[in-house]
Design a protein around this ligand. Structure first.
Ligand SMILES: Cc1cc2nc3c(=O)[nH]c(=O)nc-3n(C[C@H](O)[C@H](O)[C@H](O)COP(=O)(O)OP(=O)(O)OC[C@H]3O[C@@H](n4cnc5c(N)ncnc54)[C@H](O)[C@@H]3O)c2cc1C
Length: 367
C-alpha cells in the first residue's frame, strides 16, 4: 500500500516550505508531506522585498542585507527613496529554506526527496502522486512547482554575479534599476546590492520575450563594474533566473496551485516573495479551520493594471524607461514600498495613474 497523507505539498521552495512551517506553527494537521527533489543548500537565490522592521525577525537567520533607502537611475535622473517604515531586505534562499527544514525535523511533517511526475485521482477521492522513486497518496494536494514560461511570453530574465572586491565600492544602498546600459535587446537595467564595503551583487536584467546567452549578461555586468572602477578579487556566486510577466494558467482539478504557480507574482515587477508569504500564511490559517481553498493574493484589479502597464511598456519601447522613472519620481519611499507590496491606498494609485502617459494607456485599453 502507498504511504498516505492528509496533505501533500509538491515543491519545497518558498511557498511549499513556508506553508509547511505555518501549518506546523498552527498545529493545523499532523499528517503532512513536502515532496521536493533538491536540498535547500543547492538553491542559490537572493530574495528581496520590502518589510516592516518588526517582520524582519521572521527571517533573522537568513538575512544578507537590510537597507532603508534605494535608488533608480538613468542618464538624467537619480531618484533616491528613503523610508523609515519599510526596509528593503535580501534573504538568502538556501539559508532560509535550510532553517525551515531543520525546524520541521522535530515536527511530524515529512520531507520526501522525490520528484512528482503525475497526479491522478483515485476511486476513494484521494490523489495519487506518482513520483520518480515512489508513489504516495493524499487527500489534499498543493502544487508549487515553478510555472512553465511559454516561448512567446513576456518575461524578466536575469543573471547576477556576487563579487568580492579589492577596493571599497561606493554604493551605499541598493540600486533597483540603473538604465545606463545597452538597450538593444529589450528594456535592460543593472540591479546592484551592496552587502558590505567589498561585497556586491550585480545583476543584469532584461524585460523582453527572448532570453539572451549567459555571456551577454556577464559582459554587461563586466562593463558596468569597469565603468565604476571596481576591482574584482573573486566571484562568490552566480544566480540565473526568469520570471514570467504574464499570468500563467495552471488549472489542475486534483491539486491547488500555490506560490509563483498560484499567481503570486506581480506582473509589472516580478516581485513575488511578499505575496507568497502572505498567500501561504492565509492558507495555513484557513486549513486550521478546515477550509482547504487557496485565495487570490493579488487582486484582479492589480493584475489588470500591471498587464496594461506591460502592454504599454512592450508596445512603446521608446518610453519604457520613462514609465518606471515617472512612477518612482512621483512617490515617496513609503508610497513606493506600499505600491510594490500591493498595499497602495487610493491616493498613491492616483499619483501613479497621473504620472503615466495617458494617451499610450488609452490606446492599449481600447486595442
Ligand atoms: C533566481 C530568482 C530570484 C528571484 N528573486 C526574487 C526577489 O528578489 N524578490 C521577489 O519578490 N521574487 C523573486 N523571485 C520570484 C519568486 O519570489 C521566487 O521564484 C520564489 O522562489 C517562488 O517561490 P515558489 O515556492 O513559487 O517557487 P520555488 O521557490 O521555485 O519552489 C518550487 C519548488 O518546486 C520544486 N520542484 C520542481 N519540480 C518538482 C517536481 N517535479 N516535484 C517536486 N518538486 C518539484 C523545485 O525544486 C522548487 O524547490 C526570484 C525568482 C528567481 C528564479
Amino acid at each position: 500500500m502507498h504511504k498516505s497523507f492528509d496533505i501533500a505539498i509538491i515543491g519545497g521552495g518558498n511557498a511549499g516550505l513556508t506553508l509547511a512551517k505555518n501549518l506546523s506553527d498552527h498545529r493545523a494537521a499532523e499528517n503532512i508531506a513536502v515532496i521536493e527533489p533538491t536540498h535547500p543548500r543547492e538553491k542559490h537565490a537572493n530574495w528581496c522585498s520590502w518589510h516592516h522592521e518588526e517582520n524582519l525577525s521572521n527571517y533573522q537567520d537568513a538575512i544578507k542585507g537590510v537597507w532603508d533607502s534605494w535608488s533608480i537611475i538613468d542618464d538624467k535622473t537619480n531618484i533616491k527613496h528613503n523610508s523609515s517604515e519599510y526596509k528593503y531586505a535580501c534573504i538568502d534562499s538556501a539559508l532560509y529554506l535550510s532553517c525551515i527544514e531543520e525546524k520541521l525535523r522535530t515536527s511530524s511533517i515529512k520531507i520526501i526527496r522525490d520528484s512528482v511526475e503525475k497526479i491522478k485521482i483515485k476511486k476513494n477521492n484521494k490523489r495519487e502522486l506518482q513520483c520518480e522513486n515512489n508513489t504516495y497518496e493524499a487527500l489534499h494536494v498543493y502544487d508549487s512547482r515553478p510555472p512553465e514560461i511559454k516561448d512567446d511570453s513576456l518575461r524578466q530574465h536575469f543573471l547576477g554575479i556576487e563579487y568580492e572586491l579589492h577596493n571599497n565600492q561606493n554604493i551605499d544602498a541598493p540600486i533597483l534599476m540603473d538604465f545606463r546600459v545597452d538597450q538593444a535587446c529589450g528594456l535592460h537595467f543593472i540591479y546592484a546590492l551592496p552587502f558590505s564595503d567589498n561585497r556586491l551583487l550585480v545583476e543584469s536584467t532584461v524585460i523582453s520575450k527572448k532570453f539572451n546567452e549567459k555571456k551577454w549578461y556577464r559582459n554587461q555586468i563586466k562593463q558596468w563594474i569597469k565603468h565604476r572602477n571596481l576591482k574584482v578579487n573573486k566571484i562568490i556566486s552566480e544566480e540565473v533566473g526568469a520570471i514570467s510577466q504574464e499570468r500563467c494558467s495552471h488549472k489542475n482539478k486534483y491539486a491547488k496551485a500555490i506560490g509563483a504557480r498560484g499567481g503570486a507574482v506581480r506582473l509589472s515587477s516580478g516581485y513575488a516573495f511578499h505575496n507568497i508569504q502572505e498567500q501561504v500564511k492565509l492558507l495555513a490559517k484557513n486549513i486550521a479551520s478546515d477550509n482547504y481553498n487557496t485565495s487570490n493574493v493579488i487582486s484582479n484589479r492589480i493584475h489588470f493594471m500591471d498587464n496594461l502597464f506591460n502592454k504599454v511598456l512592450i508596445n512603446n519601447p521608446e518610453r519604457s524607461i520613462e514609465l518606471f522613472l515617472s512612477t518612482a519620481c512621483h512617490l515617496t519611499g513609503k508610497e513606493f514600498a506600499e505600491f510594490m507590496l500591493n498595499k497602495a491606498n487610493i491616493l498613491t494609485w492616483c499619483k501613479v495613474i497621473m504620472s503615466m502617459p495617458k494617451i499610450n494607456f488609452m490606446k492599449e485599453l481600447i486595442r
